[in-house]
Design a protein around this ligand. Structure first.
Ligand SMILES: [Zn+2]
Length: 362
């Protein structure tokens, strides 16, 4: 069984043998692995906390696999498509983990498969404790292989859950910074809510712009020409500036998803500093909210799947701008204006054409 691993020397393919567990886990054949900025950052920096006893980490947290074997009494059966939660309870439980809210863990020892402390899903075969498995509908009205988008969509599902709770208006004008996969998925959920959606990035043409327009959103190359205020702002570009909130409407909500250090290109955020008096005026005077999110929980995976099922599968497929075989993982790590989401084929029989993404070869 081959896997995409990282060590301090960089990424590579390792033959790790077949996984052996307690017999209580699902054995999953890896089909697809999504690549994101977190993976590129891990490759650049090396594994910060490989699993105990290892000097390498199996990469990958955006997963789609097919159940190979399931233990007796499982809610899954061989052939089922699954994606999976990323977080696991940390060894020193905190109140959030004790309540099952792993995404809100406030203990620095938390474990995330493929990121820190536990091997990820970038393998031809892996074990999965079924309490962290999420079934993907492979039927005609389901996502099938597009279920590879559920994990990134779960992040924006959490963002919108909170914006919906905070914002005075549940529709109006929405502004998204960054037209990468997270920004475009945030825009999709805004459209599902009926927002007039505006998206800012730095490119002037290409698939990011095409995807914005196909969604019926207004694309802005840089933020200089933005006018008016926005009821919801989602910052997905990594160009973190507090000044973004000066664009908030009264009663609006701004959600920061991307860390400023995530290497995302500056998508045009305004760099002028905000005076604390101004900030108080915006927040208190405007009944407005600014907040950040990180990771996602099972409820967000469920919402993500139903939101993605409402979307045009051709548009979802348009987010996947390239695919690569496991052996060719280096090409999957490239970034550029033509790249939105790259997916690695863990099973070489998974083809990247649209029909291939809507039906699962058995
Ligand atoms: Zn915790």
């Amino acid at each position: 069984m081959r896997a995409l691993t990282i060590t301090t020397a960089g990424p590579g393919i390792a033959d790790l043998g077949e996984p052996t567990g307690s017999g209580h886990e699902l054995v999953v054949d890896g089909l697809l692995l999504g690549v994101c900025g977190t993976d590129r950052g891990l490759i650049a920096r090396g594994p910060e906390r490989p699993p105990a006893g290892q000097d390498f980490l199996v990469l990958g947290h955006e997963s789609l696999g097919r159940v190979r074997t399931a233990p007796a009494g499982s809610r899954f059966k061989p052939g089922d498509l699954v994606t999976a939660l990323v977080r696991r309870p940390d060894p020193v439980p905190c109140p959030a983990c004790a309540a099952g809210q792993l995404d809100l863990c406030d203990n620095g020892q938390l474990v995330e498969r493929g990121i820190r402390g536990q091997d990820g899903y970038g393998a031809e075969r892996y074990l999965l404790d079924e309490q962290y498995a999420v079934g993907v509908n492979a039927g005609p009205d389901g996502l099938g292989l597009l279920g590879i988008l559920i994990e990134p969509a779960s992040i924006v599902a959490k963002a919108w859950e909170r914006i919906d709770a905070f914002a005075r208006r549940t529709t109006g004008r929405a502004l998204i910074f960054g037209a990468g996969p997270i920004g475009l998925l945030a825009a999709l959920l805004a459209r599902h809510r009926g927002y007039d959606v505006h998206i800012v990035d730095q490119v002037d043409a290409g698939p990011k712009v095409d995807q914005c327009r196909a969604l019926g959103a207004t694309y802005h190359c840089g933020s200089d020409a933005l006018t008016g205020s926005f009821d919801a702002i989602v910052e997905c570009s990594g160009a973190f500036t507090a000044a973004t909130v000066t664009l908030l409407s009264r009663g609006g909500a701004a959600c920061y998803i991307a860390h400023a250090h995530d290497n995302a290109p500056d998508a045009g955020g305004r760099n002028d500093p905000v005076d604390t008096g101004d900030l108080s005026g915006i927040l208190v005077g405007g009944n407005s909210a600014i907040f950040g999110i990180h990771s996602s929980g099972p409820e967000h995976f469920a919402t993500a799947q139903s939101e993605l099922e409402k979307a045009d599968p051709r548009w979802l497929h348009g987010l996947i701008t390239s695919t690569a075989d496991l052996d060719d993982f280096n090409s999957a790590l490239a970034i550029g204006p033509e790249v939105i989401k790259t997916v690695i084929r863990l099973d070489p029989d998974i083809r990247p054409d649209l029909s291939g993404f809507t039906s699962v070869p058995v």
